[in-house]
Design a protein. Structure first.
Length: 277
């Protein structure tokens, strides 16, 4: 993959620059959609939460956005020329592989390595250093991944994704199996990536109260009822289907007020579609 031009990089790094546009996107299997068409935009410096029960369509959406699964219809447009960093659940890493944390982080820059360019460029080394700094991973770089705590493992995977130089991060359950201290550390890193580095972040998590409290925008999926609700956290949590599913999870008054600083129109919802297989 060729490097983006200086003009493209400057545009992508502008606050609020468009990173991803989804237009009338239908996701599913074959020609069967499991959700109504989706329309949303992710911009630089935005943290999105994607929520829904198991089988709601979250993984299918992520795989479609990453190009790993064909859409049923609609369009996905990328802007800025940067990469998408994907952080899957930790069980995707074989615990028997005796890799050090340093080695796994460095893998994030290896997409362009070949026999024509077998060594990392200065730009790659700078990205690795930035990723280590952003995730505070320096204290355990020389330790084997399998010997790390759950929170340290997640920071390694985050650093590996950041080392690839993405402008958009897609994360699948980044705080699962963590204690509360490690969970808060990882969430702090994500907020810092948004605020200091201006990345866009798409986050799937079942920790509902935590997600609702930190994100700028929410995408609530429910394949059972064929519902997709998109908007500010206060708008989405007020939707009748959300209230029916999770009303007992969020205490009264826990849903945050809508932020005037977050751009966007009214809540979008539609019915139809089929249950995810």
């Amino acid at each position: 993959m060729s490097a983006p031009s200086p003009a493209a990089e400057a545009t992508a790094q502008s606050p609020g620059a468009l990173l991803l546009r989804v237009r009338a996107l239908s996701i599913g299997f074959g020609n069967r959609a499991i959700l109504p068409p989706l329309d949303f935009e992710v911009r630089r410096g935005e943290l999105w939460g994607v929520i829904g029960r198991n089988g709601a369509g979250k993984t299918t959406l992520f795989r479609t956005l990453l190009g790993l699964h064909a859409p049923v219809g609609g369009a996905i447009e990328r802007s800025g020329g940067g990469a998408i960093g994907y952080v899957s659940q930790r069980h995707s890493i074989d615990p028997l592989v005796p890799a050090r944390a340093r080695d796994l982080i460095a893998e994030g820059t290896e997409r362009g390595l070949s026999f024509l360019r077998p060594f990392r460029r200065e730009e790659d080394r700078a990205r690795i250093a930035r990723a280590i700094e952003a995730t505070s991973a320096a204290p355990f770089l020389s330790r084997r991944y399998r010997d790390l705590s759950e929170g340290e493992k997640q920071r390694v995977l985050l650093a590996r994704a950041i080392a690839g130089g993405p402008d958009l991060l897609v994360l699948d359950e980044p705080t699962s199996a963590m204690d509360i201290v490690a969970e808060r550390q990882v969430i702090g890193i994500l907020k810092d990536l948004r605020d200091r580095l201006g990345m866009g972040v798409l986050l799937v998590s079942h920790h509902l109260g935590l997600v609702v409290s930190i994100v700028d925008r929410l995408l609530f999926l429910d394949a059972d009822d064929g519902i997709a609700v998109i908007g500010a956290p206060a708008e989405v949590t007020a939707h009748p289907v959300f209230a029916a599913r999770y009303g007992a999870v969020l205490a009264p008054g826990e849903a945050p007020a809508a932020s005037a600083a977050v751009a966007g129109g009214p809540v979008a919802s539609a019915a139809g579609g089929e249950e995810e297989r």
